[in-house]
Design a protein around this ligand. Structure first.
Ligand SMILES: *[C@@H]1O[C@H](CO)[C@@H](O)[C@H](O)[C@H]1NC(C)=O
Ligand SMILES: *[C@@H]1O[C@H](CO)[C@@H](O)[C@H](O)[C@H]1NC(C)=O
Ligand SMILES: *[C@@H]1O[C@H](CO)[C@@H](O)[C@H](O)[C@H]1NC(C)=O
Ligand SMILES: *[C@@H]1O[C@H](CO)[C@@H](O)[C@H](O)[C@H]1NC(C)=O
Ligand SMILES: *[C@@H]1O[C@H](CO)[C@@H](O)[C@H](O)[C@H]1NC(C)=O
Length: 373
């Protein structure tokens, strides 16, 4: 709007413009390069001086150079190559230079009538630049599993860049692949069902034919509320308590005995959302008590319990190196010491039950239950 007003003002104030003999030339120049506007005057003006006007009607070159802003002066060179040929050379072109340029002659010095000889439409080609990759999701704060996510890659550049999606490490481009869960369209990527198994990194590639291409990668990690399983096994004179935790992120994970945290545990990272918390108990020390595995992140605090009491010692010589059986084998749960998981989080239902085995195993052993298999 402003430029239109300026042009109109200029036209009204300075001169009346006669549009004649003019034709349009399209010029495309890469950012940083040089644009050359060549204006051949018709024969009847061949002894005249050509003037060039820029996109806002600004006078770029005059006989006196007076109207060029000093900062710009060095970028513009007016050449009078032949009697009737004038050239404007504009170096180090930037976005701001794009627009219409005109070559004009004043037909009469008295009435200041300007005749437009030629118009130039300058397009400044700019390589793609990715502005941002944004996530459109229902709960913007936390990415949850089973949620639909849309990634949007915004890029600028002239011409407008095309967006291609890629998963780093994969050979194919997502735009060329028919994946039911991950669909690329326009400058977006739809992930229908985010889960722990969907890829975590997504690369946006912006390309408009002007090198270099721009790329950016976005990482999508769904949060997983802690889930855990406890396994116990007896090895010679020791019991191994193995708490396998699945969580993302995992803010804290610990074993406690009778509500006091145990320091001497081994932490084994299986993958980016699975950790094994291993606790070795030596029969030679006092190991009885309530053992509690606890994991926490912003979604939830989860706990699982296992009780170790003196029944474990009754028949430990016969159970050496035997893996304690899984609880679904236990035929009479009334013997079992069943510990229910305390579920502190209100979000999830009671997912995690843990049943205490030690007693039952010993009873089954003495009843010969195990010999039946
Ligand atoms: C210049 O570009 C315009 C719009 O893009 C087009 O209509 C016109 O035909 C082009 N002129 C020439 C001479 O290429
Ligand atoms: C100048 O060229 C651009 C891109 O080619 C086009 O969008 C625009 O309409 C043209 N302007 C004129 C005045 O021809
Ligand atoms: C999302 O995927 C998971 C496993 O990858 C599946 O269990 C779940 O049912 C799926 N959810 C939807 C809404 O499709
Ligand atoms: C811990 O338990 C998991 C299964 O819950 C098992 O895959 C893993 O091998 C166990 N780790 C050890 C050290 O026994
Ligand atoms: C120990 O287990 C064996 C069978 O493995 C059984 O014969 C024996 O009676 C058990 N001893 C005790 C003290 O329970």
């Amino acid at each position: 709007m402003v430029s239109v007003v300026i042009i109109i003002l200029n036209l009204l104030l300075s001169s009346s413009v006669i549009l004649s003999d003019d034709y349009l030339e399209n010029l495309s120049v890469n950012t940083g390069e040089t644009a050359t506007f060549i204006c051949d005057l018709p024969e009847k003006y061949s002894n005249k001086q050509a003037d060039f006007y820029g996109p806002t009607g600004r006078l770029l070159i005059t006989k006196t150079d007076e109207d060029i802003a000093s900062g710009d002066r060095t970028r513009f060179i007016l050449e009078h190559t032949y009697a009737w040929t004038w050239s404007l050379i504009l170096s180090d072109v930037s976005d701001d230079d794009a627009g219409e340029y005109t070559c004009r002659v004043s037909s009469s010095s008295v009435d200041q009538t300007l005749t437009i000889i030629k118009r130039f439409n300058l397009t400044v080609l700019t390589p793609p630049k990715i502005i941002d990759i944004t996530i459109e999701s229902n709960n913007n704060e936390i990415l949850r599993e089973n949620e639909q996510i849309i990634l949007k890659c915004s890029a600028r550049g002239i011409p407008q860049p095309k967006i291609i999606w890629h998963i780093p490490g994969k050979k194919f481009l997502l735009n060329k692949r028919n994946d039911r869960n991950i669909i690329a369209f326009d400058n977006k990527l739809l992930i229908k069902n985010l889960s722990r198994t969907t890829p975590s990194d997504y690369q946006c590639i912006a390309d408009n034919g002007i090198p270099p291409r721009d790329t950016r990668t976005k990482r999508l990690l769904s949060s997983i509320s802690p889930e855990m399983t406890i396994q116990s096994s007896i090895k010679s004179s020791r019991i191994l308590l193995n708490c396998t935790i699945i969580a993302r992120p995992l803010d804290s994970a610990k074993w406690k005995r009778n509500r006091f945290e145990i320091n001497n545990i081994k932490r084994k990272q299986i993958n980016d959302y699975t950790v094994e918390l291993l606790l070795l108990l030596d029969f030679n020390t006092n190991i009885f008590g309530m053992y509690e595995c606890e994991a926490e992140n912003q979604l939830k605090v989860s706990k699982a319990f296992i009780n170790i009491d003196d029944t474990i010692l009754l028949n430990r010589t016969t159970t050496t190196s035997a893996m304690l059986p899984k609880y679904h084998r236990i035929s009479s749960p009334s013997y079992a010491q069943i510990e229910l998981l305390l579920n502190h989080g209100s979000i999830c239902k009671c997912q995690f039950y843990f049943i205490l085995l030690i007693n039952i195993i010993l009873i089954n052993y003495s009843n010969g239950f195990y010999n039946k298999r």
